[in-house]
Design a binder for this molecule. Structure first.
Ligand code: ZN
Length: 249
């Protein structure tokens, strides 16, 4: 992998990411809080050239202004238009974007092509960023390990097809999500499929990691294909029922 992905825990259970290319290109992804990100950048002598946003929710964008003040650079991300009009984060982030990205806006970072995958459902527009050469995807709040985002401002059918789109990536793809929800997702999935051996194994791994205070990410798509019941759902309707159950759990 030519791009290193650094995980920066922020807020209570979010992750921001710092991408470091071999050519010293540095990108910050979804900085919902500035201080831990700036601390990491300073401690490692990194200067970002790009801030990438998967979607406009406050816990993914709140640190943007402070980081831009400290490190002026390009801000790019998914178009928040079409989401709830009363969302203050939407207005703020839209005004600050240097580039509003869409699915057709593949771009280059650290000499590598980055594919922007339109993945609505959690929000009306949400982008995942797929780094084919380095073999990872940043999937924001669309897919979590053994889970998926809530349907806040989109539809179950949209979120289902967004998950299917991620599921079509190569099995070895590393999955970097926007939250550390893995343990509670595993507990939920085990209630639904208590005899799923892959799920039991992964749940034990996850419990051991969390007991040490470690991140459970990245996951891999092959692990998710075995254990993520939302990704495994056979139809939009089955997916919707599962998501409703999870919302009530
Ligand atoms: Zn969100």
């Amino acid at each position: 992998m030519s791009i290193n992905v650094h995980i920066v825990p922020i807020l209570s259970d979010n992750y921001a990411y710092i991408l470091e290319g071999a050519d010293d290109s540095v990108a910050v992804v979804d900085p919902g809080e500035a201080a831990p990100v700036i601390k990491y950048l300073e401690e490692h002598g990194l200067t970002p050239t790009l801030i990438l946003i998967t979607h406009h929710h406050w816990d993914h964008v709140n640190g943007v202004d402070e980081i831009l003040e400290r490190f002026p650079c390009t801000l790019a991300g998914a178009d928040p238009e079409g989401s709830a009009p009363d969302s203050p984060a939407k207005k703020v982030i839209k005004a600050r974007f240097d580039e509003v990205l869409h699915e057709s806006c593949s771009f280059s970072f650290a000499g590598e092509e980055v594919q922007t995958l339109s993945t609505p459902g959690h929000t009306p527009e949400h982008l995942c960023y797929y780094f084919k050469e380095s073999g990872f995807v940043l999937c924001g709040d669309v897919m979590f390990s053994m889970g998926c985002g809530r349907i806040l401002d989109g539809s179950a059918a949209e979120l289902y097809s967004s998950l299917q789109k991620l599921g079509a990536l190569p099995d070895e793809t590393l999955i970097y999500c926007g939250h550390e929800y893995t343990q509670s997702n595993a507990d939920f999935c085990l209630k639904i499929e208590p005899d799923n051996k892959a799920l039991q194994k992964r749940s034990n791994e996850v419990n051991a990691l969390r007991a040490k205070g470690l991140s459970t990410l990245p996951s891999t798509l092959s692990k998710e294909k075995e254990t993520n019941l939302f990704l495994k759902a056979k139809s939009p309707q089955a997916f919707k029922e599962l998501r409703t159950l999870k919302d009530r759990s």
